[in-house]
Design a protein around this ligand. Structure first.
Ligand code: HEC
Ligand code: HEC
Length: 209
């Protein structure tokens, strides 16, 4: 019994036990993640619509975006500077950390009419105009299909709308094979507004069912 206890204490001391690891708030990457939380909220579950939620996002997507901010493929006045201070190991650790946090959905917005349009765009799209159903890639609850597509369910409507407009006008061009740029280019502004408000209400279920 004493021997077993000694081993447990020893492992905890070495930082091998999960509990011991989680408690380590002094690791350099964790201190950098704390800076991110200043805008993106505790655990990345942002409570302010100007900052996207990172909690529950899939890790490989976060890793790709941070790499793109750092190398200039996704230029952004704030995030390019933030990512410049991260090395690839930080990027990996920080992405895993935020991916493992729980996100609370922002909640749907807008009128019932906009809700109906948003739902149709999300679930059916309009093939004839080249608007592919969002659900096909982002999943019925918007949880994404890791590692390919990101979670958008529960994200702030304002941020989703900004990104769709940025894909549409080409200021965001880091999507693989230009898929999101093509889809957004075929969407009307009312469709973009409605689907963004609809998406914000999705994702009450666990991030990765
Ligand atoms: C001063 C506020 C601020 C700080 C600090 C900050 N961010 Fe951001 N972050 C933003 C804003 C604003 C955006 C949205 C950029 C856009 O519109 O494309 C963003 C976007 C992102 C995105 C893209 C999200 C997505 O869904 O594509 C990631 C990932 C991210 N930040 C991670 C981080 C990490 C990691 C840190 C810490 C190293 C950090 N941020 C620090 C403001 C901040
Ligand atoms: C063919 C697959 C596919 C379809 C259909 C699709 N998406 Fe995407 N979407 C992606 C991929 C892949 C990305 C990640 C792009 C990147 O890595 O920059 C993405 C990214 C996004 C983002 C950026 C997320 C963020 O956190 O910054 C938004 C918003 C988005 N999609 C909304 C939509 C909406 C709304 C629709 C329906 C009108 C839609 N998507 C249809 C594959 C798809």
């Amino acid at each position: 019994m004493n021997k077993v206890w000694a081993v447990v204490v020893g492992l905890a001391w070495l930082g091998v036990l999960p509990g011991a690891r989680a408690a380590d708030n002094t690791a350099p990457w964790r201190q950098k993640a704390a800076e991110c939380e200043g805008c993106h909220g505790p655990g990345g579950d942002s409570t302010i619509s100007s900052y996207p939620k990172l909690a529950g996002q899939n890790a490989s997507y976060l890793e790709q975006q941070l790499t793109d901010f750092k190398n200039g493929t996704r230029p952004d006045p704030v995030m390019s500077g933030m990512a410049a201070g991260l090395n690839p190991t930080d990027i990996g650790n920080i992405s895993t950390f935020f991916a493992n946090q729980t996100m609370s959905p922002a909640g749907a917005q807008g009128s019932a009419g906009a809700g109906a349009l948003g739902r149709t765009v999300y679930r059916e799209g309009d093939r004839q105009r080249g608007v592919l159903a969002c659900m096909g890639c982002h999943g019925p609850a918007g949880a994404g299909t890791p590692p390919y597509s990101p979670r958008i369910g529960g994200q702030w409507a304002r941020y989703v709308q900004q990104q769709l407009l940025a894909f549409r006008n080409g200021t965001r061009r880091n999507d693989p094979s230009g898929m999101m740029r093509t889809i957004a280019a075929h969407m009307t502004r009312p469709e973009i507004v409605a689907v963004s408000q609809y998406v914000a209400g999705l994702g009450a279920r666990p991030a990765h069912p």
